[in-house]
Design a protein around this ligand. Structure first.
Ligand SMILES: [Fe+2]
Length: 228
C-alpha cells in the first residue's frame, strides 16, 4: 500500500488535506512503500476553458492555466524536496521563502486565487461587507475600478495588481512585481489581476488596459466577496 497525500488548493481559506490509499503490488514500489508522496496541485478550474470568452480566450486559458500555472506547481514540488518547506502549506512557503522557491510558490498561490476569481457571465458588483468597504475606502465601486486599472496599467514589467485587506478590514491596492503577493506585507489578498504578458498577449497583444477593463465582466463576486 502506498499512501498518497494530495493538497487540494482552493484559495486561502480552504486548503484541504485529503488522504487515500492506492494499491500497488509492483516490486519496485514496495521498496518505497513507507515513503509518503506529498505534493501541491493547482486548483481545479471551476468553469470550462472557453467559459470566459471573449474576455479571455480558450487558447489563453489552456496555456495560462494548463502550462504556465502547471509549471509553477511542478517547479515548486521539485524545489521543496529536502528543504524545510517540504511539508509546509503554501501560504507559509510564500511568507517565509525567497529566491526560486518563493517565485514558484507565489505564482502557485497567485494563480490559484486568479483562476477561481472568474465565472461565465460574471461581473456586476461586489457584495455585502466588501461592497461597503470598497465604498468607504475608494468612494464608489467605479472609482475603485478606475484606481485598480490604473495601478495595473502602470505596473512596469511583469506582476500583479492586488486588492488586499489588513487585519482591521481596511482595503488597499498594491502593485507587486513578478510573483508578489500581499501576504508578504502581512495583508490578505482579496482580488488579483495578473499583468504578466502571458495572461493577455494572445488576445490583446500590447493592449493591457483593454484586457484589465474586460476582466471586470467575468469576476465571480460571490467568491471574491467571501475572501473579505
Ligand atoms: Fe499568470
Amino acid at each position: 500500500m502506498k499512501a498518497i497525500h494530495l493538497y487540494l488548493l482552493s484559495g486561502l481559506t480552504s486548503l484541504t488535506l485529503l488522504s487515500f490509499n492506492q494499491s500497488n503490488a509492483n516490486n519496485k514500489d514496495q521498496l518505497t512503500k513507507n515513503s509518503v508522496d506529498m505534493k501541491f496541485e493547482k486548483v481545479a478550474l471551476p468553469y470550462a476553458t472557453d467559459a470566459l470568452e471573449p474576455v479571455i480566450s480558450k487558447q489563453t486559458v489552456e496555456l495560462h492555466y494548463g502550462k504556465h500555472h502547471q509549471a509553477y506547481i511542478d517547479n515548486l514540488n521539485k524545489l521543496i524536496v529536502g528543504t524545510k518547506f517540504e511539508n509546509a502549506d503554501l501560504e507559509t512557503i510564500v511568507k517565509e521563502s525567497d529566491g526560486a522557491i518563493f517565485n514558484n510558490a507565489g505564482q502557485a498561490l497567485n494563480h490559484n486565487l486568479y483562476f477561481t476569481s472568474f465565472k461565465k457571465n460574471g461581473g456586476g458588483e461586489p457584495k455585502g461587507k466588501l461592497a461597503e468597504a470598497i465604498n468607504e475606502q475608494f468612494g464608489s465601486f467605479d472609482k475603485f475600478k478606475e484606481e485598480f486599472n490604473a495601478a495595473g496599467v502602470s505596473l512596469f514589467g511583469s506582476g500583479w495588481v492586488w486588492l488586499a485587506k489588513d487585519k482591521n478590514g481596511k482595503l488597499s491596492i498594491l502593485k507587486e512585481s513578478n510573483a508578489g503577493n500581499p501576504l508578504t506585507s502581512g495583508l490578505t489578498p482579496v482580488l488579483g489581476f495578473d499583468v504578466w504578458e502571458h495572461s493577455y498577449y494572445l488576445d490583446y497583444q500590447n493592449r493591457r488596459a483593454d484586457h484589465l477593463k474586460g476582466l471586470w465582466n467575468i469576476i465571480d463576486w460571490d467568491v471574491v466577496s467571501a475572501r473579505y
